[in-house]
Design a protein around this ligand. Structure first.
Ligand SMILES: C[S@@+](CC[C@H](N)C(=O)[O-])C[C@H]1O[C@@H](n2cnc3c(N)ncnc32)[C@H](O)[C@@H]1O
Length: 349
């Protein structure tokens, strides 16, 4: 028996060549230069000029109009019930100084710490700004825990943020493939895929009409109810397949409406809004003001009715009788602002 080990050199252990990662980054966080706005200021400016929102950010809507109706003053207490990226909060914080404070609420545990860090980095310490991971239905409890009897200024900018929509992993995007989730707080409730997999056709038809005024609900409901779609794009494809006569644009609108209806359902958005509206007068100091930005008729109807009821009952001294809309300039420069409607109310003194 020969021993070849002494005569032949030991081969070097095989090392896998690092896998070629491609010229384009794959992960959302790596994909856009806008995630590093300081380094890529020029890219961010170009994205803004094209009417788009830089990835990982949110452009606050109707800031001037909101500041005008809320009129935050130095020393006052404000609650931003939908903190998001913190754009409205920053504008209000500047007006509340010196001596004022702002409580920022958001149900999203992923974006909230990032926003808190961003606002802190601007120099707003804990005595001026506090961030609360909470549904705005719980505003009353948040105020009580902060030993406040009420707020002078309250803002709610309903719906989802651009950070949530643009991150495919959150499952809100109709264009980018991601898990069919759509929860603003992924630690609670069930993802849209599970919700759709269990719902009956009759219930889904009702929900599509109530949550999104869907004209094709009778056709879509039996095609989608009880089916399991793992990804956003699989659901979008099934909606198009169920409505083969629709052109590209109308098919796209149907997809958006179905996504909206599911998002409202899995996040229980209407019941949170109803609770918030019911508790609002008790959360406002005498003479305090509230402004609410809505993005579809189901939200606006509720706000309009609650404000009118509060005026009738003497809880509000004054309310907006007409909605305020974004200017044509804002709609052009930020198309996501287009459906926005602003209503306000002032608590009786
Ligand atoms: C349109 S964005 C707000 C953007 C924000 N005004 C800004 O300037 O960046 C809506 C935010 O409200 C949050 N949100 C939606 N429903 C909520 C609820 N019921 N309670 C608390 N936060 C909610 C979402 O997670 C999202 O971050």
């Amino acid at each position: 028996m020969s021993d070849s080990s002494s005569s032949t050199p030991t081969p070097a252990p095989h090392q896998r060549r690092p896998r070629y990662r491609g010229r384009n980054p794959r992960r959302f966080e790596e994909k856009y230069k806008e995630h590093d706005p300081q380094r890529y200021a020029e890219t961010v400016a170009k994205v803004l000029a094209s009417g788009k929102t830089p990835a990982g950010t949110h452009r606050p809507i109707m800031v001037a109009e909101i500041l005008e109706v809320l009129a935050p003053q130095p020393g006052q207490v404000a609650a931003d019930c939908t903190l998001g990226y913190g754009g409205h909060a920053q504008a209000m914080l500047a007006r509340l100084q010196p001596g004022g404070k702002l409580l920022g609420l958001d149900t999203d545990p992923i974006e909230l710490p990032k926003t808190e860090a961003r606002v802190r980095a601007l120099g707003f310490g804990p005595e001026i700004f506090s961030a609360h991971r909470s549904n705005f239905a719980g505003l009353r409890q948040i105020l009580a825990a902060a030993e406040l009897t009420g707020a002078d200024v309250i803002l709610a900018d309903l719906g989802v943020s651009s950070m949530q929509i643009d991150d495919p992993a959150r499952g809100f995007s109709v264009k980018l493939a991601g898990p069919l989730d759509m929860r603003m707080n992924p630690q609670r409730g069930q993802p849209s895929s599970a919700f759709l997999g269990k719902i009956s056709s009759d219930k889904l038809a009702t929900l599509l009409v109530e949550n999104a005024d869907e004209p094709h609900a009778a056709v879509l409901a039996p095609a989608l109810a009880g089916k399991v779609f793992a990804t956003t794009t699989a659901l979008a494809a099934a909606i198009r397949a169920a409505l083969p006569r629709l052109n590209q644009e109308d098919g796209g609108l149907a997809i958006r409406r179905v996504f909206q209806a599911l998002r409202i359902a899995v996040n229980d958005e209407f019941s949170a809004l109803d609770t918030f509206l019911r508790n609002l007068p008790a959360c406002l100091n005498p003479g305090g003001r509230v402004a609410i930005l809505t993005f579809h008729s189901g939200e606006d109807r509720r706000v309009k009715k609650a404000f009118a009821g509060g005026l009738h009952d003497g809880l509000y001294a004054e309310i907006a009788h007409e909605v305020i809309r974004p200017t044509a300039e804002e709609r052009n420069s930020n198309p996501r602002s287009a459906p926005a409607k602003l209503r306000w109310a002032r608590r009786a003194a």
